[in-house]
Design a protein around this ligand. Sequence first.
Ligand code: IPE
Ligand code: IPE
Ligand code: MG
Length: 250
Amino acid sequence: MRMVEAEEHESIRLGPIPNHVSCIMDGNGRWAQMRQLDRSKGHAAAEDSVDAAVDACLELGVKWLSVYAFSTENWGRPAPEVQFLMSLQEWLLREEKRNRFRDLGVRMRFVGDLDDPRVPPACRDWLRECEAMTAHNTELEFAIAFNYGGRAELLRAMTLAAASETDVSQLSEDDFRKYLYCPEMPDIDLLVRTSSEQRLSNYFPWHTAYSEFVYTDTLWPDFLGGHFYSAVAEYQTRKRRRGGKAVTES
Ligand code: IPE
Ligand code: IPE
Ligand code: MG
């Protein structure tokens, strides 16, 4: 990913803007370890990059932003780290943060299994409150994948479809989408993964079928405003064919 200069921001704003940008916020642990800090300090440092991504989406006119905050596999991490990640009410979405999002017109949604008994009730209640208090907002839809796993989502959707009145042998793709955690969430146009890893890690398999992927070596806590613009600039160079014919010279 080429880092763009601030002078280029205006022309990026005028180019094709992805409707839905999604971020696999990776590298918090390495960011902390490089500074001989506890891994949780790396997660805490990730806040500013989340704020910067929200601000950039509002400036650019991106309508949906989603981020990966906790995967179904992340339960396997050391207990103190899991405990930290399971207390969004004390860091990423603490009072002042969620009020800031509310005042900016951001609608918050949580995508994943919030009913899992391992999710502490205080966290679950807080997240539900965040959803309720921003439900009327329309500037930006901000979906936080929390206790999310792509396979779990597809399996749950199939189970719900099978238990419904619908004839599952006749299900269309649009019908199937209704059984996903967040049926309103559109396909991801631009998927960014930080920290030089190039994999999906069980993230939104349904919504990434035709996403453009941008990888960067930058660790998530260092992925601030200019980086988001750079990712969108990279997206603007891509030719999305969706199975169509490549446009060739002459
Ligand atoms: C990603 O950062 C954030 C979460 C999993 C919540 P990591 O914690 O995976 O950071 P690295 O990959 O170990 O550096
Ligand atoms: C994916 O990152 C999960 C989140 C960013 C929340 P991981 O760090 O858990 O993924 P792997 O282990 O590198 O695949
Ligand atoms: Mg990681």
